[in-house]
Design a protein around this ligand. Structure first.
Ligand code: SAH
Ligand code: F3S
Length: 461
């Protein structure tokens, strides 16, 4: 294909057979699903001929991939747009697009507050980005593409198109399920990502096979309730455990992770698969959210503390060294001190290896946002207390690993610890160790020599 040569700082496209000569910058907030969407956006833009710029200042096309799960990332996106306003004033032919969860639910407000935005694209329309960028260059007319496929009837056909020709890399995210049907009372995701839709198994296997052929050794399968995968497929029901076993057969693939499983849908066959299939890593990130049944019920989480404990018990019986991590929310509406004490007690009881801990953030049009809120100062103090308790637990659990051996997939030099290599153990502990950079992409066995909050220092054995 021919290249359209353009002045620096400007963009033009003559016809669709021609590539655009210019650069792009993508700013991403939020979860792994967003990171993965950003990678798809980058592939779409690269396919148009654009190359990656180091900063938004140097880019002709800037895409914001936004997050709505809490207020903070939304504020960050609006303030980033404020900076872009100045850039666009200086370079009016810049193209600015907003994607992601906030784009899905606040498109009109984004445009009203930032009239210079060229397009807004929702979570299920990432594949439209190429056309949107081309149209923005040619017509300069604002566009939004927000269609969110409803799941009608019993069979899922409407899952996003994906570009599978990706550059080779050691680890990759692979979405296997879109949307969420759980409607936890605090959560915006069912509105931003729509109904639960599983990707056909054959598509997933095709993608993982391609990735493995390009050198990917580890995939993380993504879904909001990843272990409820496999409903409403044309091929019939495919249990998540069965999918894991099929992915494990892909030649060249060495490690499989997945995030995040929903406690109620954690079935015996999944525990057996973690125990029996060597490619499936012994780590489970299973959001608990709260340690009190009243709170869990008000959150509309469909399990109790005891049913969660039962899963943890089965997991640790089957796989004693399994890494367990979780998500917790404090300051949920009406959270009493004794309920919060329940959450602290649950942390002591379950001894998680790590936890993401959040202060509840009211989300528009979610049931919990309408309830009487906890005083902010109280919520902040509770969060600090929770973090303190969990930090102590993580430190102790890491310390208990000293002297143990771990299989690590070497990712390369550590950005934080110059002169060291880094990688994760099967149970998702971060390890730093000295070694030859040529080991990148290899599995090595290391022995832990010292422990830290972030993980372990080790030596190759
Ligand atoms: N189903 C997804 C959850 C997506 S949101 C998963 O299990 O990975 C990721 C985490 O953000 C949730 O587990 C929850 O702990 C937190 N979260 C979601 N909504 C929130 C809110 N309104 N305020 C604070 N934290 C929230
Ligand atoms: Fe959100 Fe609950 Fe689904 S946390 S993504 S509604 S499982």
């Amino acid at each position: 294909m021919s290249q359209t040569l353009i002045r620096p700082g400007s963009l033009s496209v003559l016809d669709r057979s021609q590539k655009i000569n210019g650069t792009y910058y993508i700013q991403t907030w939020g979860c792994q699903m967003n990171e993965e969407d950003s990678e798809q956006i980058a592939l779409c833009l690269a396919d148009l001929g654009l190359t990656q710029a180091a900063t938004p200042k140097q880019a002709q096309v800037v895409v914001l991939n936004t997050c709505s799960v809490r207020k903070k990332p939304e504020d960050k996106a609006f303030s980033f747009l404020g900076e872009l306003r100045e850039l666009k004033r200086a370079r009016p032919d810049m193209v600015i697009g907003v994607a992601g969860c906030m784009a899905q639910i606040r498109a009109d407000e984004i445009r009203r507050r930032n009239p210079f935005v060229d397009f807004v694209v929702g979570t299920a329309q990432v594949a439209q980005i190429q056309g949107l960028v081309e149209d923005a260059i040619q017509t300069r007319k604002f566009q939004k593409r927000l269609e969110l496929p409803e799941r009608k009837g019993t069979v899922v056909t409407d899952v996003p198109q994906r570009l599978l020709e990706r550059p080779g890399k050691l680890k990759a995210f692979v979405p296997i399920q879109y949307g969420c049907d759980k409607f936890c009372s605090f959560c915006i995701v069912p509105s931003t990502r729509g109904r639960e839709r599983s990707r056909p198994t054959a598509h997933i296997i095709e993608e993982v096979t391609k990735l493995a052929a390009l050198g990917t050794k580890e995939v993380t399968l993504l879904g909001q309730t990843v272990n409820s995968y496999g409903k409403n497929l044309a091929e019939g029901r495919v249990p998540f455990a069965q999918l894991l076993r099929a992915v494990a057969e892909v030649p060249g693939l060495e490690r499989i992770r997945y995030t995040s499983p929903y406690p109620r849908d954690f079935k015996r066959d999944l525990i057996d698969t973690i125990r029996d299939v060597p490619e499936v890593m012994e780590h489970c990130h299973m959001p608990l959210q709260a340690g009190d049944d009243g709170l869990l019920a008000r959150m509309k989480r469909l399990y109790t503390l005891e049913s969660y404990a039962e899963i943890v018990g089965h997991l640790r019986d089957a796989v004693p060294d399994i890494g367990l991590t979780t998500d917790i929310i404090v300051g949920f509406p009406g959270e009493t001190d004794s309920e919060f004490q329940g959450t602290l007690a649950a942390m002591e009881r379950f001894q998680f290896d790590g936890a993401y801990m959040f202060k509840y953030s009211p989300r528009p049009n979610t049931p919990a946002a309408e309830l009487p809120q906890v005083d902010q100062k109280v919520a902040e103090n509770r969060l600090a207390e929770l973090i303190k308790v969990q930090t102590e637990i993580t430190l102790q659990r890491n310390e208990a690993q000293i002297g143990k051996s771990f299989e690590v997939l070497v990712e390369g030099p550590s950005p934080k610890d110059r002169g060291s290599l880094q990688g994760y153990s099967r149970c998702f502990r971060m390890l730093h160790f000295c070694g030859d950079e040529k080991l990148q992409g290899e599995k090595v066995t290391v022995e832990a020599v010292s422990s830290h909050l972030w993980g372990l220092r080790a030596k190759i054995v």
